[in-house]
Design a protein. Structure first.
Length: 303
């Protein structure tokens, strides 16, 4: 028979780990399932400067701390991919390792990287979505960061310390990311900007990226830029496969829920970036985790 937990949390990012902390402190049995790595996207953020109480902390350290805290409180945390969930008064969660059951389920499945969708993008080496993971491969080389959000700006700052030159390419002249990061980049001698422009093609030799085709988004003028690495930081899309099989999702694939994070499905809660909402920040992911966990605990106690 499948091992039973009061609450199963799917997703080991800040929302899921915070939910585990709150649910354990409320005395519930908790299983957290994560398919890749703990900490979600924040784990690859070079430097987090807007998490209250931590003026500056690496995303990896923050992720480790969240993981240790949830583990220390007795949450069972496993690296397993959830393949299917069967809804009912008792829910069954099937993974690539086995099956578990629970009374309440929290979906904290987060987001995945958006890609530029360029021909050859998947097959070339020299294209990365994680500056912290891959930056060292480009030490002393020229790289491009594409995007105008905080991820792109933080990545460019991180890479500027390793690479010979970093070019930030963004499709608008206004940045979506924090002005304080733009100003910091503008002061660096080995960082330049090409704005407003898009990457519209890739040059390669022997399956290795050698350059980019750029297009000015106003004039349409095209140019070539020789680079060793392209870091794509063009936002994320919700991980919707599992959610969509259980609850209604909106046109963009996010899960609508009220302020208590309860979905229309009984006993299924949603927390973090995969929830339909205005502000997607580390702090709001953690807030969702707490709210969803407390609502799920109440649901378990009343069921
Ligand atoms: P984001 O804020 O959604 O920014 C994505 C960027 O990519 C935008 O500038 C967008 O351009 C551009 N873009 C999207 N599709 C594109 C395409 N097809 N071609 C070219 N450019 C494209 O994503 P993010 O930077 O990953 O940040 C996600 C969230 O995490 C944000 O709320 C951010 O503040 C947060 N975050 C926080 C930290 C931190 O240190 N606390 C670090 C990283 C991220 P437009 O602006 O023109 O739409």
């Amino acid at each position: 028979m499948a091992e039973h937990f009061d609450i199963i949390i799917i997703g080991g990012g800040p929302a899921g780990l915070t939910a585990a902390i709150y649910a354990r402190r409320a005395g519930k049995t908790v299983l957290l399932l994560e398919k890749e790595g703990f900490g979600g996207q924040i784990a690859s953020s070079p430097n987090v400067e807007n998490f209250p109480g931590f003026p500056s902390i690496s995303g990896a350290e923050l992720a480790d701390r969240l993981y240790d805290q949830a583990c220390g409180l007795g949450a069972q945390i496993d690296l397993e991919e959830v393949l299917e969930v069967q809804d009912g008064s008792i829910k069954t969660v099937s993974t690539d390792y086995g099956s578990y059951s629970c009374t309440a389920l929290i979906l904290a499945t987060g987001m995945k990287h958006r890609t530029l969708g360029l021909p050859g993008e998947d097959a070339l080496s020299g294209i990365s979505f994680c500056a912290v993971c891959d930056g060292a491969f480009y030490a002393g080389k020229d790289v491009v960061v594409c995007g105008g959000g905080n991820t792109a700006l933080q990545d460019a700052l991180f890479l500027s310390e390793l690479c010979r030159h970093v070019t930030v390419i963004h499709r608008r002249t206004d940045f979506r990311g924090d002005p304080i990061l733009v100003e910091r980049l503008q002061r660096l001698e080995n960082v330049s900007f090409i704005l407003p422009a898009e990457v519209v093609g890739l040059h390669s030799q022997d399956s290795v990226l050698t350059g980019l085709v750029l297009q000015d988004t106003i004039s349409g003028t095209r140019s070539n830029l020789a680079v060793s690495g392209l870091f794509e930081a063009v936002g994320q899309l919700p991980e919707q496969r599992l959610a969509a099989s259980l609850v209604p999702v909106d046109a963009d694939g996010f899960v609508p829920a009220g302020e208590n994070c309860l979905t229309p499905a009984k006993g299924i809660f949603v927390a973090g970036d995969c929830r339909s909402k205005e502000v997607r920040q580390l702090t709001t992911a953690c807030a969702d985790g707490a709210v969803a966990a407390l609502a799920a605990c109440k649901y378990c106690s009343n069921t």
